[in-house]
Design a protein around this ligand. Structure first.
Ligand SMILES: [Zn+2]
Length: 228
């Protein structure tokens, strides 16, 4: 019923920046912290792998009793085209399953969820754990889910509107590549977060200096989805 839904990122924009270090490290098995949909499609930059491990540990600490994170596709070893995706070519993209009620993950993989089915607190912990790595360039999620998280941030966490706007772009449109907030709407993202990490050259500009690339900001603003 569900694993076909992993291959739903065709609407995401292409052309991840950065070229070396791509998909050089495999996310190792980690019972209790996360499940990998397919280890052969679980290769990322070292920075992405480290950040994912950090996030999974924090989520497990803050949500005792929660199901392990569900990690969908990252990239193939060494990168390159990955069936079912436009992105996921350079080890800087990962799909992470959303939590259902009681911090459960749907049995068998990703499953489209209604906003009313979300464990909003658990997903808030997931999103903020990702943001706190300071490694995330942007995340894509359905607007209905974003609305649920925004409401939670305002009413339960006590964030003011300016703080909320730094995470979730105001006046959302489907043109997510033009928006400034970190968590943006994209269609076909009712089951999972698509997380784009910053490219390797952000962390290692000397080693990456010979790699032609655009800045993270111009890369985000300049790219256009091939499908919508
Ligand atoms: Zn994705």
């Amino acid at each position: 019923m569900v694993f076909g839904l992993l291959l739903v990122c065709a609407s995401e924009s292409a052309a991840a920046p950065g070229a070396s270090q791509r998909a050089a490290e495999q996310l190792p098995a980690a019972d209790g912290l996360y499940e990998r949909w397919d280890p052969r499609r679980s290769w990322g930059t070292p920075h992405l792998i480290n950040a994912l491990e950090e996030v999974s540990q924090r989520v497990a600490f803050e949500l005792p009793g929660a199901d392990p994170l569900m990690i969908g596709d990252i990239s193939r070893q060494g990168g390159g085209w990955l069936r079912g995706h436009i992105t996921h070519t350079k080890g800087v993209d990962v799909d992470v399953g959303m939590f259902m009620h009681d911090a459960r993950q749907p049995l068998g993989g990703f499953l489209d969820l209604r906003p009313s089915q979300l464990d909003v607190h658990a997903n808030w912990v997931l999103v903020t754990s990702l943001l706190d790595t300071d490694s995330v360039q942007y995340m894509l999620l359905d607007q209905g889910h974003i609305n649920a998280l925004t409401r939670y941030a305002r009413e339960e966490v006590g964030l003011d509107q300016d703080e909320i706007d730094t995470i979730f772009p105001p006046n959302p449109t489907h043109r997510h590549w033009r928006q400034a907030g970190v968590v943006r709407h994209a269609p076909n993202h009712l089951s999972h977060l698509h997380v784009r990490f910053k490219p390797p050259e952000v962390y290692d500009p000397v080693q990456e200096a010979k790699v032609p690339s655009t800045s993270p900001r111009s890369a985000v603003l300049g790219q256009r989805p091939q499908q919508h």
